[in-house]
Design a protein around this ligand. Structure first.
Ligand SMILES: Nc1ncnc2c1ncn2[C@@H]1O[C@H](COP(=O)(O)OP(=O)(O)OP(=O)(O)O)[C@@H](O)[C@H]1O
Ligand SMILES: [Mg+2]
Length: 364
């Protein structure tokens, strides 16, 4: 459905050229929900604007539904309005002088030739129904909540039944609670229409919860691509691990086959190591807060157990975040049940070995 091939984009700035996108490639299948996620400035919006035809790539090629819409080397550039796409951006720009119906009807009215009146009526109402705004068609656009405006923007993007839906941080103007609710709704809506969607966000929770596949971007490149579960559980770099969630990082050396000796005598881990890790190599072990258990009784010296002191328990309702001091480490552990342990207690941490991800110390 969409193919992005060695896409690059440079901008001229007063300090010289900056390369916002450095030759990235990905493919998105029909009906797939694909997310570009990464920190501010990593090139997500630039990539999306190239796909939309709002920015001309410096190199590479973009193909939508088997039609090459950009290939600078071959002099190909199909203008934005001739690409079959719908878009919603962060500032969703609902027109205040138009009511809800007219906001959604706008893209149809400027289509040449414009559909007949009854068809416009039908398609606008279908779109509004889809986003749960059918009852508010005659409401003035200025008298809508943030979530309702967001839905109108989405209805407007869907009204022409585009092949491809491009969404750039569409939820970032909403408050936290509404954002979480709209996340689910939005994903269900596009799934119902079976629309191929490219979603851009810097919010890892959005990316992980909504997408079929995600591409984690860093400095103009894709650091890792895969299903949300895969990239979360098997990050290929420490950057990906830390960006997608809290990551405890322990340091040590390889003590032998599948054995890690942590620095400062903090303990030993028995973790699966691939062939690339030779005895004596300095490594970092990344483990998520939900992959560590807190135990009261001493499994003294046992592998995968580390002695520590519970410094702080932060109650968060359904779960608690515990901060444990173990030698030089401050380790975060997430527990779901109420824990009996109290701040100041000496406790043991058991690290779930098959959840550990090991990197070379000098890697990234
Ligand atoms: N028109 C432009 N002129 C010059 N530099 C630009 C332009 N647009 C983007 N850039 C630069 O390109 C890089 C990537 O920008 P981009 O907007 O794609 O980032 P982003 O990943 O969308 O970030 P954010 O999460 O903050 O929206 C940044 O360094 C940015 O400053
Ligand atoms: Mg952006």
């Amino acid at each position: 459905m969409l193919r992005v091939d060695r896409l690059s984009k440079s901008f001229a700035t007063p300090d010289g050229m900056t390369q916002a996108v450095k030759g990235i490639g990905f493919e998105v299948a029909e009906g797939e929900f694909y997310t570009l996620v990464g920190p501010s400035g990593c090139g997500k919006t630039t990539t999306l604007r190239c796909i939309a035809g709002l920015e001309r790539p410096s190199g590479g090629a973009i193909t939508i539904a088997d039609v090459t819409v950009d290939e600078p080397d071959a002099g190909v550039h199909v203008p934005s309005h001739l690409r079959d796409i719908g878009m919603v951006f962060q500032s969703y720009a609902i027109w205040p002088h138009l009511n809800v119906f007219e906001n959604v009807a706008y893209p149809l009215r400027v289509t040449k030739p414009a559909p007949v009146k009854s068809e416009i009526e039908q398609r606008v109402m279908d779109s509004l129904q889809l986003v749960g705004m059918g009852d508010l068609a005659r409401r003035s656009a200025t008298k809508l909540s943030g979530g309702q405006q967001q839905r109108v923007a989405l209805a407007r993007a869907l009204v022409r039944k585009p092949k491809l839906l491009l969404l750039d941080e569409p939820l970032s103007n909403l408050d936290a609670k509404l954002r979480e609710q709209m996340r689910v709704e939005l994903e269900e809506m596009v799934a119902r229409v079976g629309l191929t969607t490219i979603y851009v966000t810097h919010d890892q929770a959005e990316a992980l919860s909504m997408s079929d596949r995600v591409a984690v971007m860093s400095e103009g490149l894709i650091a890792q691509e895969g299903s949300p579960r895969d990239v979360y559980a098997r990050p290929s770099t420490q950057f990906v691990a830390s960006f997608l969630g809290v990551a405890n990082v322990l340091t040590g050396i390889v003590g032998g086959p599948d054995t890690v000796v942590l620095d400062d005598g903090a303990g030993r881990l028995s973790v699966p190591l691939s062939n690339g890790f030779e005895t004596g190599a300095r490594i970092r072990v990344v483990v998520r807060p939900e992959d560590i258990e807190i135990r009261a009784d001493g499994a003294d010296g046992a592998d995968n157990c580390i002695a520590g002191r519970l410094e702080r328990v932060v109650f968060e309702g359904a779960q608690s975040e515990c901060f444990i001091r173990a030698k030089d480490y401050r380790i975060r552990v997430r527990v779901h049940q109420a824990t009996d342990a109290r701040e100041g207690d000496d406790i043991w941490l058991r690290i779930l070995p098959d959840r550990c991800v090991v990197f070379h110390q000098d890697g990234n």
